[in-house]
Design a protein around this ligand. Structure first.
Ligand SMILES: Nc1ncnc2c1ncn2[C@@H]1O[C@H](COP(=O)(O)OP(=O)(O)O)[C@@H](O)[C@H]1O
Ligand SMILES: [Mg+2]
Length: 415
């Protein structure tokens, strides 16, 4: 039911309006106001869905009454009614400044009046929409994470896949992993999946929508959703195949459907990488201490991210394949790379390779291994930085880290 308050400038006018509304079963007139102050007061007291306010009310005029009602009854949509011939640009401007949701002639037809009242009166139902939750509840706000690195073979896909599985465990059904590479050890290989379609096929469509994107995802047995890169696609071709506008649409759609969007993303896919980094809550830069070129390139990559005004705390530096046998040390890395180290993942060729060969991510196949533990710790530290319902600010203080046991339940339940 749409509850409507009517006001009138001259006696009898309100009855005429009520008469025009009478044919609609979902509209109920809850009050009649006879001057501006009364209109605002009644709006504040009765909280109608719609207040029809004449522009020329006695005392406080309709614009002022509208402005008052807007502040006193935030959910009431005010529609101003102007005498015929006065719905000009200046009146529209004043109506908008006063916060009106519409402006009509007092002589508008019943059909026109009804359609405006119905449109304004049902606007607050947007609160029931899924999107309203995303907008207002920090604990549901989407989180985008890119796993990148200055070179191939550094451990991006290994990390992206395992991190996505960890997230999926804590947030079942809310995680999608987007494979932007598909060349080296690609995501489907690590997960023993054979997707029929993926990013390449999706990008053949000019207009993307949620259903289309959904139909190009493949579900892993863990529940994780995958948007696979087409087989054999190389980084360069992918970079030129996808334009920034399509990438922007894709991210927006995925963010409205999934809580976590994880990208396995090379730093080299041109503008698309740069754009996607700019939309990420976290950019995880994977590096290792195996060669000097990797260390130098990591430094360049972090500098270039910093140059895009990305806050330092959104960049997470992860040293992969840590071992006593690494030819370079953490100290060597820190001398070249001006960023703190956020995580270290040990080298374990036997465990990582057998997981790869079997197509079972390390965190599932060997959850007790040092590699799995390090990735779970990284996952928890990222989650700990997310705002919760109680902490509405985007960069809120960290919560205590959760301990994830992938075989059982999370030690702390996440809302
Ligand atoms: N922590 C690790 N210990 C041992 N081997 C690893 C580790 N991380 C990655 N690897 C191996 O390194 C190779 C490259 O890893 P991958 O994740 O495919 O890198 P990228 O995606 O950066 O090209 C793979 O063969 C993988 O098994
Ligand atoms: Mg890779």
């Amino acid at each position: 039911m749409i509850r409507v308050l009517i006001s009138e400038n001259t006696p009898g006018e309100a009855d005429e309006i009520a008469h025009k509304l009478a044919s609609a079963e979902d509209i109920q007139v809850v009050g009649y106001a006879r001057d501006g102050l009364e209109a605002a007061q009644m709006a504040a007291q009765l909280r109608p869905d719609v207040a029809l306010i004449h522009t020329r009310l006695a005392g406080m005029d309709g614009f002022q009454a509208c402005q008052m009602a807007r502040v006193a009854a935030v959910e009431t949509g005010c529609v101003l009614l102007a005498p015929p011939g006065e719905e000009d640009e200046d009146t529209w401007r004043r109506a908008m400044v006063a916060g009106a949701r519409g402006l009509l002639s007092t002589e508008a037809s019943a059909a026109h009046l009804l359609s405006v009242v119905q449109e304004v009166g049902t606007a607050k139902q947007s609160k029931d929409q899924h999107e309203y939750q995303l907008v207002t509840d920090p604990s549901k706000m989407p989180v985008t994470i890119a796993i990148t690195g200055a070179k191939g073979g550094i451990g991006k896909t290994t990390l992206a896949t395992n991190l996505a599985i960890c997230l999926q465990h804590q947030f079942p059904g809310q995680v999608v992993l987007v494979d932007f590479v598909g060349q080296y050890g690609d995501v489907p290989l690590l997960l023993d999946m054979r997707p029929r379609v993926g990013l390449g096929e999706l990008m053949l469509h000019e207009e993307l929508d949620a259903d289309l994107v959904q139909s190009h995802l493949t579900e892993h047995s863990s529940g994780l959703q995958i948007l696979a890169a087409p087989n054999g696609t190389d980084i360069g071709r992918m970079g030129t195949q996808i334009d920034v506008t399509s990438a922007a649409n894709l991210v927006s759609i995925l963010r409205s459907e999934y809580r976590f969007v994880v990208f396995d993303l090379p730093a080299l896919a041109g503008n698309v990488s740069a754009y996607l980094f700019s939309r990420c809550n976290f950019v995880v830069v994977v590096t290792y201490l195996l060669d000097l070129a990797a260390i130098r390139d990591t430094s360049t990559l972090i500098e270039s991210l910093a140059q895009t005004q990305m806050p330092n705390d959104r960049i997470k530096l992860v040293v992969n394949r840590r071992s006593q046998r690494n030819p370079f040390s953490i100290a060597d890395l820190q001398q070249t790379v001006n960023h703190p180290i956020d995580a270290q993942v040990p080298e374990d060729v036997v465990t990582v390779t057998s997981a790869l060969n079997e197509g079972i991510p390390v965190v599932l196949k060997a959850p007790g291994s040092a590699v799995a533990k390090a990735i779970k710790k990284l996952c928890n530290s990222l989650i700990a930085e997310l705002p919760t319902q109680a902490q509405a600010t985007p960069r809120a203080a960290a919560q205590p880290a959760r301990d994830v046991d992938l075989q059982g339940k999370p030690a702390v339940t996440v809302n």
